[in-house]
Design a protein around this ligand. Sequence first.
Ligand SMILES: NC(=O)CC[C@H](N)C(=O)O
Length: 331
Amino acid sequence: MVQGAINQNTKLTKDWLQNYVDDWVDFYLKHTGEGEVASYIPLLSQAEKSHLGISIMGINGVTIESGNVDIPFTLQSISKVFTFIVACMERGVPYVLDRVDVEPTGQAFNSIMHLEMKQLKKPFNPFVNAGAITVTSLLNGKTSDEKLEPLFQLLETILGYRPSLNTDVFESERETSMRNRAIGYYLVETGYLESELELTLETYFKQCSIEISLQDLAHLGTVLANDGRDPKTEIEIIPKQFARLAKSLMLTCGMYDASGKFAAYVGIPAKSGVSGGIIAVSPPRARQEDLPFLEGCGIGVYGPALDKQGNSIAGIKLLRHIAKQWDLSIF
Ligand SMILES: NC(=O)CC[C@H](N)C(=O)O
């Protein structure tokens, strides 16, 4: 029997939350069969399609985990949130937003068509590939490692360890990513790339290949939920203005051409990656009733079977269910 809705008799103990999440991970597991793992980056196709896991970390430190929680995976597009933040920290918001807009595209994450059809030089937003590659070109440094050092430092400050690069995934993408090369050449023509194309693409493929865990995603989410401050120490790690900007872009553009549906049905900022990860952020919310994680939380989901938009198919359903039952929506 799976746990039902919360009512006034529900005691929101850690055990109750754990049982609740366990039940619904089990329930949504079957939906992994409806998706496909990404194969355009050959190494990602080795992921196990039936995996599904979730980690929820409260700003108060309570953590609930369930399902396949021990499988490392690469950040892929989730990295775009953090390179955007680093670029804002290095260059300032006006400089970055002069080169990349903040509008949703309604197109696939790797679309080239919309750039040309709209006759726009400036990419739509930092979370589609064209915008993310532009942002990566803005990072300071003469080599890809130099460019990514501040990103690694930011991740290390939050996570307490330095994540490593999955070099096999990096090489697999570098050898096959013709579409990103095409986007890159287009951006060279429009004059929006600030570093040389090969260097920019190498940096972009590396940032996508940073390997993390589900717990790491939830942990990163707590800092965004807490407006950039470490929930334990309250020390500012990301300036509030940048954390807020990143969250607004996650809400409007984070799930690609499914962002509207995600905002309508789940209602919290989130960002997905083609490895099957999703980072979601539930900011502190004011409600009369006793509800789980009212003080805010970060959520990591992993489920490599993807839907047509490239988002974890079972992961979205699980998030949608939990967000509805726990009233996480920010609206
Ligand atoms: N949606 C994604 O996660 C895409 C990231 C991937 N590295 C790419 O550029 O195609």
